[in-house]
Design a binder for this molecule. Structure first.
Ligand code: M6R
Length: 364
């Protein structure tokens, strides 16, 4: 039931603080601030590389996780969309963990890739939202998200719960591999436990985002920019917008702008910049200047510090709470979801059942 909400998508966006807390609750122990994965039959300390395979939004969750596996666990990560992976004869060596991320646990290409990896001796991990799904049954290591049923075709709460599980898994593997001291583990867990409160703070901006949606709704093309672990969010933002508002959108790495997409920039192309303040912020500011110099209209999604530094001259700004970089992708998912939602509402499209799309893609 939608309850007080106009659409399932909006309800599911607002459920995120609760379901992310639920999900984190089954992977972290609050009492001693440690990572405590459900009982596993496999020792993940023996894993020497990770292969991540998924589709759509679940693939973007995997792209974020690649940064975490590398940074915290120092594990090499190969990642691909399932439809490419399954036909490209990837190199799968002993000692590898193949990780499949799927809300439904039934996506045809992802399932085929899972079976291929199983036949090739990989340990199979599955991050799924439906515990009775085929992928859940076929995995050696089941890592459930506890998002509850997701009805809206555009995935929202499943994505942030996937990120929650993947962050805990990366931390677990880092501990197992001796890459995190006890104090560092405690610090990571503390930051993860702050996520639900930060998600609530992000949701407080729903009205501001609704108010600025009419500025984006008339656009024919929208560009999303992000850097580092926030780059996949640019792609996720673009996917959300195209799915439900039918506006053409692309997500790009900020630094790639001058290698092509800058040619598109004029006053008719809104550019959504996803940029928490931090070491890479200065670089993004210079990319923003390149956009402004060509008449581009910027929407900056950042924290108070970032907005104070670079907000002037933007068409609009959306202020996020100041958060630790680890949880930024979870928190910044909220404004990109809300922006797509409100633009779609402004355009009058069918938000929960967009044209040509199915919730579960069980054919190739
Ligand atoms: O059930 P899955 O997570 O395997 O589904 C993958 C994609 O089909 C899915 O994320 C799709 O891209 C969504 N409609 C995105 O909002």
């Amino acid at each position: 039931e939608k309850g007080e909400y106009r659409h399932f998508m909006l309800k599911e966006i607002f459920e995120q603080p609760t379901v992310v807390a639920q999900t984190l609750g089954s992977y972290l122990r609050q009492s001693d601030r440690s990572v405590a994965l459900p009982q596993l039959d496999v020792d993940l300390g023996e894993i020497n590389r990770v292969t991540i395979v998924a589709c759509g939004t679940s693939y973007y969750a995997g792209l974020v996780a690649k940064y975490w596996f590398e940074q915290f666990a120092r594990l090499p990560v190969d990642i691909d969309v399932a439809s490419e992976f399954r036909y490209r004869d990837p190199v799968l060596e002993p000692g590898g963990l193949a990780l499949f991320i799927s809300q439904s646990g039934e996506t045809a290409d992802t399932l085929a890739a899972l079976r291929h990896c199983k036949e090739n001796g990989q340990t199979i991990g599955a991050v799924v939202n439906v515990p009775t799904s085929t992928m859940a049954r076929e995995a050696d290591v089941l890592l459930p998200t506890h998002a509850g049923p997701e009805i809206g075709v555009a995935s929202t709460k499943a994505f942030t719960c996937q990120l929650a599980v993947l962050a805990a898994l990366a931390a677990h593997m880092a501990v197992k591999r001796g890459r995190l001291s006890r104090a560092q583990e405690e610090e990571i867990v503390e930051h993860l436990l702050e996520t639900p409160a930060s998600l609530n703070a992000a949701l407080d901006h729903d009205d501001d985002i609704a108010a600025m949606a009419p500025l984006i709704a008339p656009a024919r093309d929208v560009l999303y920019l992000g850097r580092g672990q926030d780059y996949p969010l640019a792609m996720e933002g673009a996917l959300k917008l195209k799915e439900i508002s039918y506006i053409h959108a692309e997500g790009y790495a900020s630094g790639e702008m001058k290698h092509g997409p800058i040619a598109l920039i004029d006053e008719n192309v809104p550019v959504i910049v996803i940029a928490p303040s931090g070491p890479l912020f200065e670089k993004t500011v210079s990319n923003m200047q390149e956009v402004s110099a060509r008449g581009g209209k910027i929407v900056l999604i950042s924290d108070a510090e970032g907005i104070a530094e670079a907000g002037e001259g933007c068409m609009a700004t959306i202020e996020m709470p100041h958060v630790h970089p680890l949880i930024a992708p979870l928190v910044y998912a909220v404004p990109v979801q809300l922006l797509a939602y409100h633009v779609a509402v402004a355009k009058g499209t069918d938000v929960d059942q967009p044209r040509n799309l199915a919730k579960s893609v069980t054919v190739e």
